[in-house]
Design a protein around this ligand. Structure first.
Ligand SMILES: *Cc1c(COP(=O)(O)O)cnc(C)c1O
Length: 354
């Protein structure tokens, strides 16, 4: 599908790249594509960023038929702009679409649309260390209809947001609260899919954690409240007695691109990595007997987020003296090195936009 381009006649001034934060500033353009049963996906275009005009009856507002993705474009020192494994995001998009009865998107078209949108707003990819351009593709159901049914019309949109360094003050271990009342997902539900509804249901747990002075929530499985699922918008890893463990993908966990890359990197470097169930009891026992070496989260936003403290039913544990462990540190340097083009990409993970 061709993408028609209309450039803005009023480009905005670029923000100060030392004060970007996350998700508040948007670029000059956006990509939009529409779907109807008769025409399939059609009318793909890049146009000036603007507000949408939708019927208040649009299905997305009522039953939440919405999906999204998240990836970044990185500027290298020699002036290239790189994406990190975008084919994995595009593949995951269609897995999410299938679960939500949203029509399949052609992967080549989707990747081209992402690249073309980043290319038009290439000047918006910041260059300060640690900064990037966050890419948010998403799809909404637009039938003006209050019945519970998959929509017959959709909009696929890509917006871009320059984002600041996640670790402006250096790689800092976070404190995490284990949630034992609310759950995020169950097998058979939508936990493996990237959908807004998963987040709507998780806000209350996040709020509770923040009230207690914790940065994020560690979610346990939805049935026994015993096995570890994941953290907020990150997958989790533990290093216990030399073994690196991450919860296996059984339907309730988002299969992160960063998670997969970490597993591949660690195995390549000779670590033993197990994808298996791990209970919160096992983690607390390991802490007690001194074998819990490291814990960290993985995701596009933070890359690697070392965890320094857990609280579960008022029991606190401190991990690795609340310091960054050697594995977290190595992974952070390797992944960010590849993403910003500073070290050789021997796995072929990066895709050049410019
Ligand atoms: C996006 C997301 C992740 C991280 O996935 P990446 O592809 O590594 O960015 C983890 N958990 C949830 C719930 C997510 O939405």
């Amino acid at each position: 599908m061709e993408i028609k381009i209309t450039r803005t006649s009023k480009p905005l001034p670029k923000p100060d790249s030392s004060k970007l934060g996350f998700g508040k500033i948007f670029t000059d353009h956006m990509c939009i594509c529409e779907y109807s049963t008769a025409e399939g996906w059609h009318n793909a275009r890049i146009e000036p960023f603007r507000n949408l005009s939708l019927s208040p009856a649009s299905m997305v507002f009522h039953y939440g038929q919405e999906m999204f993705e998240g990836l970044k474009a990185y500027r290298t020192d020699d002036g290239r702009i790189l994406l990190f494994r975008p084919d994995k995001n595009v593949e995951r998009m269609n897995n999410t679409n299938a679960r939500l009865c949203i029509p399949y998107l052609d992967p080549d078209f989707t990747l081209n649309a992402i690249k073309a949108t980043v290319k038009i707003d290439a000047d918006w990819v910041p260059s300060e260390p640690g900064t990037s351009l966050y890419i948010r593709p998403f799809i909404i159901a637009t039938d003006p209809f209050l019945g519970v049914h998959p929509s017959h019309t959709y909009m696929f949109i890509i917006i871009l947001s320059p984002s600041g360094s996640y670790y402006a003050a250096g790689l800092n271990p976070v404190k995490i609260a284990v949630e034992s009342e609310y759950v995020r997902a169950v097998k058979g539900g939508t936990g493996f899919a990237k959908v807004g509804g998963n987040y709507a249901g998780s806000l209350i747990g996040q709020q509770k954690a923040e009230e207690q002075g914790y940065a994020q929530v560690l979610w346990l499985d939805g049935i026994q409240h015993k096995y570890i699922d994941e953290v907020g918008a990150m997958n989790v890893f533990f290093k216990i007695n030399g073994e690196v463990i991450t919860p296996s993908l059984e339907g309730s966990i988002l299969p992160g691109v960063t998670r997969r890359s970490v597993i591949e990197l660690l195995r390549d470097k000779g670590f033993t990595v197990s994808e298996r169930r791990i209970s919160i009891d096992e983690v607390y026992q390991a802490s007690e007997n001194g074998t819990l070496e490291e814990m960290f989260g993985t995701g596009t936003a933070a890359v690697i987020s070392p965890v320094g403290e857990l609280v579960w039913n008022d029991k606190h544990i401190i991990i690795n003296n609340s310091e960054i462990g050697p594995v977290s540190d190595m992974l952070y340097k390797q992944l960010t090195g590849i993403q910003w083009g500073k070290i050789e990409d021997k796995y072929g993970w990066t895709v050049k936009v410019i």
